[in-house]
Design a binder for this molecule. Structure first.
Ligand SMILES: [Zn+2]
Length: 157
């Protein structure tokens, strides 16, 4: 679920993966896309980071039933009421990388609307139609299309 804002964006996704794996993977991905981690709260599982003048808050929550909720917030230092052009490049880069790694780990993503379990690279929830993945270029290669098929017909494996 993506909520665009003035000068920023919030994105919330739910994955079915071990909490500690999900947590460690965040740092790998932030590092790989050039976001500097300024603060790492191991108790509340909150990360504050920045890249040039963009600020990032990433929170991981344990959903209690084998799922984790990843909350990614990108914003400017001060609230910006007017903005020329939304910039989702970092949030897109983060989730693209994060979900590629999850696919390698054979993890699942859950629909933020209905909770249906789908492959991490699925574009729309087969149950309710909610958009799952915003990374078009992840979707648009044939290997991924096969996975969408798998997610519809073999979602319980
Ligand atoms: Zn759904």
């Amino acid at each position: 679920m993506r909520i665009p804002g003035a000068g920023g964006v919030q994105d919330i996704r739910i994955y079915e993966v071990a909490f500690q794996d999900a947590w460690e993977l965040i740092f790998d991905c932030l590092n790989d896309i050039g976001i500097d981690v300024d603060e790492r709260d191991e108790e509340h599982h909150v990360i504050h980071g920045h890249k040039r003048k963009k600020y990032f808050d990433v929170t991981l929550q344990d959903m209690g039933d084998g799922a984790v909720q990843l909350f990614f917030d990108q914003h400017k230092k001060y609230i910006e009421v007017y903005t020329w052009k939304p910039d989702y490049s970092d949030v897109d880069a983060f989730y693209k990388l994060y979900e590629q790694r999850l696919i390698e780990m054979k993890a699942f993503i859950r629909c933020t609307s209905c909770g249906h379990k789908v492959r991490a690279n699925t574009k729309f929830c087969p149950e309710c139609g909610t958009r799952i993945n915003f990374n078009e270029d992840v979707i648009d290669n044939s290997d991924e299309k096969k996975s969408i098929f798998d997610s519809i017909f073999r979602s319980d494996d």
